[in-house]
Design a binder for this molecule. Structure first.
Ligand code: CP
Length: 308
């Protein structure tokens, strides 16, 4: 059966644990190597990944291309606007056509239903590189960063501050699969998707929503936030004002455990969701997190091809 990676549950907890182990091993094995040199086993030699972007990207675009390079494969990158997809060709037809040319398809889009249609009609694996609903690749990199910094996931307490967006949905989903808890500090009207919360609770995770930022951050092992105005969203000054009590600043970080990590998937807006002293401070691991997009994606790619 074709393995798609539209959400973390498509893989499940055991596969995510295997991805994290594989990513740590491969990352360690190529320390000091030129970045374009393939891993010694080049496990995806001859494989081609199509990368389609309907939204802007820096990290996802570069890290996926380098991931395929290091695994011995190659990519074809296209902005949807330069494809017939951007002129009305259906997602279903595009999926069937591309499946004849490439070995896997990665899509960044808005409506999650589009990637579900892509996966339904594709004869090759489809990977979610961000939709309005979820961002599973980002969260594998986040988990890798936490583990790489010496923390075991089960029993950890995450605190999310700010908008209940696609990144939070995938963190909540991960909580049920990897057995950690999430306290969500967000204003009323900005809660994450209820389906992910229900699924995580069914998996044993303690997911709680707080309208007070201090309460959410108290005793946390990991503090996470993200931009308040996601790509393609309107919100403006009214949204910034309602989010401001959930800004991550030094006082909020002091509510967490002294050894707590600060994560942000980037791009960041210093002075909005996080202050500069926190994001550029000693507890921030944002650039390890960004690097780990590369290592995590290599393992996601190996999983969709049945190698993990
Ligand atoms: N975090 C993330 O997905 O970054 P890009 O939008 O730059 O790909």
């Amino acid at each position: 059966m074709t393995r798609h990676f539209l959400n973390l549950s498509d893989a499940g907890g055991d596969a995510i644990a295997a991805m994290l182990g594989d990513a740590l091993d491969r990352k360690a094995a190529r320390q000091g190597w030129p970045k374009g040199r393939p891993d010694s086993d080049a496990p995806l030699a001859g494989h081609v990944l199509a990368m389609i972007f309907e939204k802007s990207s820096t990290r996802t675009r570069f890290s996926f291309e380098m991931a395929m390079t290091q695994l011995g494969g190659s990519v074809i990158v296209a902005d949807a606007g330069s494809m017939q997809l951007g002129r009305g060709e259906s997602v279903a037809d595009t999926a069937r056509v591309l499946s004849a040319y490439v070995d896997a398809i990665m899509l960044r889009t808005d409506d999650h239903a589009k990637i579900e249609v892509m996966a339904h009609h594709a004869g090759v694996p489809v990977i979610n590189a961000l939709t309005d609903l979820s961002h599973p690749c980002q969260i594998v990199a986040d988990l890798l960063t936490i583990v790489d910094h010496g923390k075991a996931l089960p029993g950890l307490q995450f605190a999310w501050l700010g908008d209940g967006n696609n990144v939070l949905n995938s963190i909540v989903e991960a909580a049920g699969l990897m057995k950690f808890d999430v306290r969500i500090g967000c204003p009323e009207g900005y809660d994450p998707d209820e389906r992910f919360i229900a699924q995580a609770r069914a998996g044993g995770a303690d997911i709680s929503i707080h309208r007070d930022a201090d309460e959410a951050a108290a005793g946390a092992d990991v503090i996470v936030t993200d931009t308040w105005i996601s790509m393609g969203q309107r919100g403006g000054d009214a949204k910034l004002a309602v989010m401001m009590p959930f800004q991550v600043d030094a006082a909020l970080m002091a509510r967490a455990r002294p050894e707590a990590l600060f994560l942000h998937c980037l791009p960041a807006h210093r002075g909005e969701e996080v202050t500069a002293d926190v994001i550029d401070g000693p507890q921030s691991v944002i650039f390890d997190e960004a690097e780990n997009r590369l290592h995590a994606q290599k393992s996601i790619l190996r999983w969709v091809f049945g190698q993990l």
